[in-house]
Design a protein around this ligand. Structure first.
Ligand code: PAF
Length: 282
């Protein structure tokens, strides 16, 4: 496994390997790797000649400094895990390498996708994500890039970014990797207590309940049921729950048979923010 810290080293390495037909799979991460990330890398390894992972905690996508400061950093363990699953290349740039002296996000227009859900609660977050993903795509020049379904809004925004900027990369969506109790894997889970981790099974249970009720109950009854699940629930506070059109990500007041929908949820366990989603059509 090759580990590079600079664009120059990475480019030099790729000069030898890149040809018109080389399939390069890319998995951008912020580290604190878990089985969900590893499943993306395995998927990429199956489909590509070379798989590149990046580890970079991107400052411009955090709207709260304490969230950035508290983001788990486990580089040595991450590199061991990547070595074990035979990832070919790891890119671990410094903040200076990526941003020089200007740590600023570019402003994007994602046709409104950035204003829904996470966009409402994490101001500027998707400008930061768009900025770093575009920069990394331009450095790595992947043919394929892999993202988890858990961050479905991010996935749709990256698809839009690729379309609008004519980047030549296929975006691959990989199923959410879950703990045995259904909790979606996330680097943030490391900040949960054992009790919270066990109780967090409720998040996916609620989403599964919503899927069962979808099409059988009116939307407002489904919303009411979700709110009821959080009553007398001391460990979790609901930030938002919505059923939205998969294309526009807009909350829907009614269901149309021509469209596909998803339920999205964001929950706090103390200061730890957890998100999850489920398709209501597949
Ligand atoms: O999903 C993440 O871990 C990050 O948002 C990403 C895509 C690596 C950009 O920093």
């Amino acid at each position: 496994m090759k580990v590079f810290k600079t664009k120059k080293e990475l480019n030099l390495y790729f000069k030898k390997f890149r040809s018109k037909n080389t399939k390069i799979g890319f998995v951008p991460t912020m580290g604190a790797l878990h089985k969900g990330h590893l499943s993306l890398i395995e998927e990429s390894s199956k489909e590509n000649d070379i798989t590149v992972a990046s580890i970079f905690v991107n400052p411009t996508q955090f709207n709260k400094k304490e969230d950035l400061d508290n983001y788990p950093k486990t580089l040595e363990n991450d590199l061991n895990l990547l070595e074990k699953i035979a990832c070919d290349v790891v890119f671990i740039p410094s903040v200076e390498e990526i941003y020089n002296n200007t740590i600023l996000a570019r402003q994007f227009d994602f046709d409104g996708l950035e204003n829904e859900m996470e966009g409402k609660y994490r101001e500027g977050h998707f400008n930061g994500v768009g900025t770093i993903v575009k920069k990394l795509f331009e450095i790595v020049l992947p043919t394929h890039a892999y993202f988890g379904e858990k961050d479905f809004q991010q996935l749709q925004i990256i698809r839009k970014l690729v379309k609008k900027t004519s980047l030549d990369v296929k975006i691959v969506c990989c199923a959410t990797y879950r703990e045995a109790n259904g909790l979606a894997m996330s680097s943030r889970n490391a900040r949960l207590t054992l009790q919270e981790k066990e109780a967090a099974a409720i998040i996916y249970q609620i989403l599964s309940g919503v899927k069962d009720k979808h099409g059988k109950l009116p939307l407002d009854a489904v919303h009411k049921w979700v709110l009821e699940q959080f009553e007398n629930q001391p460990l979790f506070e609901l930030e938002y729950f919505t059923i939205a059109d998969e294309e526009t990500l807009k909350s829907t007041p009614n269901i149309s048979p021509e469209k596909t929908y998803r339920a999205f949820i964001a929950v706090y366990a103390r200061e730890v923010r957890l998100i999850d989603t489920i398709s209501l059509n597949s």
